[in-house]
Design a protein around this ligand. Structure first.
Ligand code: APR
Length: 317
């Protein structure tokens, strides 16, 4: 159990995170900060706190508009951002405008972490994932084990779900990993996908697997279209919680995670999704797995896509 988890951003994902942290009793205290008026974070924290006696969870919940609520957190989860929605004047922000806004929000997030919990392990979820994690790194320069992005946990969960459904077996039987960046270049690793330890190809045809991999890459957009407003929020929250549980209970669980590579996979200085061992120190170790020649090529392309994002962030910083 951790002492205190700080949640930055109390929107859809932040709300599920607070509920689940309380239900799973992952920390003695959970604190949420959100700038939304009149006081979204305080309201959500109060709502959840008032239900905690029903489920018998002795977790203190606090929330507020100021970052001081997260003071002393051992671990913070960042979901602060604005989605791409129509402005009151009817215009839609360009991708660059949206990125600039979210980078500014990340500056505020960094300042809050620096001031109130500079030693915290940071798990960032806000999109565009690769850009925001890199910006947090530029601002905070944390140790390599302390900063990570959640993308692979979610992308892999989606892949596992699609494979299990197709093979008509339990999701518990399917292990899989999706690596690389968190965009269209993400990389489902078919060679590492197993159904109860057996190669996935024994259960699903190559043709269907290709379709599943394409669907996995576009899974976020599929949910956005169906919801009408906002994006997926339960599955991303569960992805983060998988990582947080691994850290809180020192599980040493291997989870595909966006981390700073310093030579591993031939990459230096970029945050890329790769398998890592998560434990009490955060990122305990990067695991270098064997990739097929084709996968290596796709990994390179994904790294190039992340580099492009990083260049864009650099040019705006
Ligand atoms: N500090 C704290 N919170 C902030 C700040 C800030 N400077 N700026 C914005 N926020 C808050 C918003 O007020 C909002 O409540 O961040 C919250 C984001 O919540 P949602 O819009 O509901 O988004 P959510 O679905 O939770 O997703 C959060 O994760 O998966 C990504 O693409 C997703 O970037 C998005 C993020």
């Amino acid at each position: 159990m951790l002492n205190k988890i700080g949640l930055i951003g109390g929107g859809n994902i932040g709300g599920v995170l607070m509920q689940e942290v309380v239900k799973r009793q992952l920390a003695r205290e959970v604190a949420m900060v959100d700038i939304k008026e009149p006081d979204l974070a305080k309201g959500k924290a109060l709502d959840i706190a008032e239900g905690s006696s029903t489920i018998g969870a002795d977790v203190r919940c606090i929330g507020g508009k100021e970052y001081d609520v997260i003071e002393g957190s051992d671990l913070v989860i960042n979901t602060a951002g604005v989605p791409r929605t129509t402005r009151p004047d009817g215009t839609i922000p360009t991708r660059e405008e949206l990125l600039a806004t979210n980078l500014k929000i990340t500056d505020a997030v960094s300042e809050g972490i620096q001031k109130y919990c500079p030693k915290a392990t940071i798990v960032s979820v806000a999109n565009p994932l690769d850009a925001i994690v890199y910006k947090l790194y530029l601002n905070l320069k944390p140790a390599k084990n302390k900063l990570m992005g959640m993308a692979g946990a979610l992308d892999s969960a989606r892949y596992r779900h699609f494979v299990a459904f197709e093979a008509n077996v339990s999701v518990e039987n399917v292990t899989a990993m999706v690596l690389g960046g968190h965009g269209d270049s993400m990389l489902p690793i078919r060679s590492a996908c197993r159904v109860a330890g057996m190669p996935v190809d024994d259960f699903v045809s190559a043709e269907r697997l290709a379709e599943i991999e394409t669907r996995t890459r576009k899974a976020g957009g599929e949910v956005v279209k169906l919801l009408g407003s906002g994006s997926a929020f339960v599955s991303p929250a569960w992805g983060v919680l998988d990582m947080v549980e691994a850290i809180a209970y020192d599980k040493r669980k291997i989870v595909p995670t966006c981390v700073l590579l310093t030579g591993e996979y031939g990459v230096d200085g970029l945050f890329i999704g790769v398998p890592v061992i998560l434990g009490k120190n955060g990122v305990e170790q990067v695991v270098e797995m064997e990739l097929t020649a084709e996968e290596k090529e796709a990994f390179k392309n994904s790294v190039a896509a992340v580099q492009k994002t990083v260049d864009e962030v650099d040019s705006m910083s």
